[in-house]
Write a protein that binds this ligand. Structure first.
Ligand SMILES: [Zn+2]
Length: 425
């Protein structure tokens, strides 16, 4: 089922459009050797670290040919896809693998392993469908949650239905090896202090964060591209610029109205107009991501969550949801605000390829922001093999085409970085 949003009137504000930041790659990152923050001048392909004097090749994607010399060997780099190396300004906390509940989940729910789906996005969608429509068509009772060994996780969410289902989705997504987080959203209306909880899941294939709304088993796309799921900022940007006219809500259920959402006390959790209210793109005016290493088992009220708030010129200087406080909002050190898209939507699971030219050799340093990182792999003779994060470029003459990927502790591999080139004397 598809829902279109008519352009509701929105006061003033006609500022420009959003940049396509997912194609934006940046090399601004700490020096892999000494940690000094490196800022490559625009178009500069090389930079010597002012701190440790290492000579680096800019680690970004390029079609430009680049020739350099190291250890009396000349190397020519051709077309290359090198993962972004942006370092978010907040500590990215996702050591969820160490949650015993997460580790036991895959064994307890065998359907998780064979979830199917042609693409990663289809799999992420199928997870929501299975979870929301098949496994938990209504909010599970305390007894059932205890039987499924999920009570510890859900114990703090007995009232907030959207939060409850958002928790469940994140939990199962993490057990699959994907990175997901809970997003608290709200509209720009002082009279309406009502918030909503959805999830954002990182998609390695599409290289973006995607919003899923597990309570309604819903997701969003652009009207022009119905198969491409949207991120928080894309939904929000369309609301601000086009009043949500281009956004479509898709549902995993035939008709969400027929889907009975009820609590164990049989109180309807969602009013009849709930869908129209909470699925509307204007809900995405405010956005707060809750991050913690233990957000599945930390009590929600304990305020252990790190709060990452999106703030730009549209909501600058205003109070969150008409002076309501998001969890931890009042704890200064737990709140990070950002107006930089790469902070809010950091590219993950990529391999950044740094090349250092020393007098003796060209040395490759692999870097990644993969949550629950395990190791790097390289494709050689058609086989993926584990490799160290630092190694010497072979001096043997000839062409090379290398592919690297990062693998997390669940065995999930990220997008490949490719390096093509030639070595010649
Ligand atoms: Zn350095």
């Amino acid at each position: 089922m598809v829902m279109n949003f008519p352009g509701a009137p929105h006061p003033k504000r006609t500022r420009g459009s959003y940049p396509g930041y997912f194609t934006l790659l940046t090399a601004d990152a700490p020096c892999p050797l000494c940690g000094n923050f490196l800022r490559f001048p625009q178009w500069a392909e090389r930079l010597a670290c002012p701190e440790c004097q290492s000579a680096w090749i800019r680690p970004v994607s390029s079609n430009r040919r680049l020739v350099f010399r190291a250890g009396r060997v000349n190397f020519g780099l051709g077309r290359r896809w090198v993962g972004p190396v942006w370092r978010p300004k907040y500590p990215f906390q996702h050591a969820l693998f160490h949650e015993p509940e997460v580790r036991s989940l895959t064994s307890r729910h065998s359907w998780l392993k064979r979830i199917g789906g042609r693409s990663l996005w289809r799999q992420q969608l199928k997870l929501m469908q299975r979870l929301r429509c098949d496994i938990f068509p209504t909010r599970a009772s305390t007894a059932e949650l205890k039987r499924l060994d999920l009570w510890t996780i859900c114990r703090t969410n007995t009232h907030w239905f959207c939060t409850h289902f958002a928790y469940l989705y994140v939990l199962f997504a993490v057990a699959k090896g994907w990175t997901a987080r809970i997003l608290n959203i709200g509209r720009d209306n002082p009279q309406d202090t009502h918030g909503h909880m959805v999830c954002e899941v990182w998609n390695d294939e599409l290289q973006k964060w995607i919003v899923v709304d597990p309570l309604y088993a819903a997701w969003f796309s652009c009207r022009a591209k119905p198969d491409e799921p949207l991120s928080y900022m894309e939904i929000r940007a369309d609301w601000l610029v086009h009043r949500g006219r281009n956004v479509r809500a898709h549902f995993c259920v035939e008709d969400w109205r027929k889907n009975i959402f009820c609590s164990e006390r049989s109180i309807p959790a969602v009013e009849h107009n709930g869908g129209e209210r909470e699925l509307h793109p204007d809900m995405y005016f405010w956005g707060v991501a809750y991050l913690t290493n233990r957000f599945l088992t930390d009590a929600y009220a304990d305020r252990h969550h790190l709060v990452l708030m999106w703030r730009d010129s549209w909501n600058d200087g205003r109070l969150w949801l008409h002076q309501n406080k998001p969890v931890s909002y009042h704890l200064e050190r737990r709140l990070v605000t950002t107006g930089h898209p790469m902070d809010f939507h950091p590219p993950l699971n990529n391999v950044a390829i740094w090349i250092r030219c020393s007098a003796k050799a060209a040395i490759v340093h692999l870097k990644t922001l993969t949550p629950n990182f395990s190791h790097f792999e390289m494709k050689r003779m058609g086989q993926w093999r584990r490799i160290p994060a630092e190694f010497v470029l072979p001096r043997k003459k000839g062409r090379f085409c290398w592919q690297f990927c990062s693998v997390n502790q669940f065995g999930g591999a990220g997008k490949r970085s490719v390096l093509k080139g030639t070595s010649f004397s």
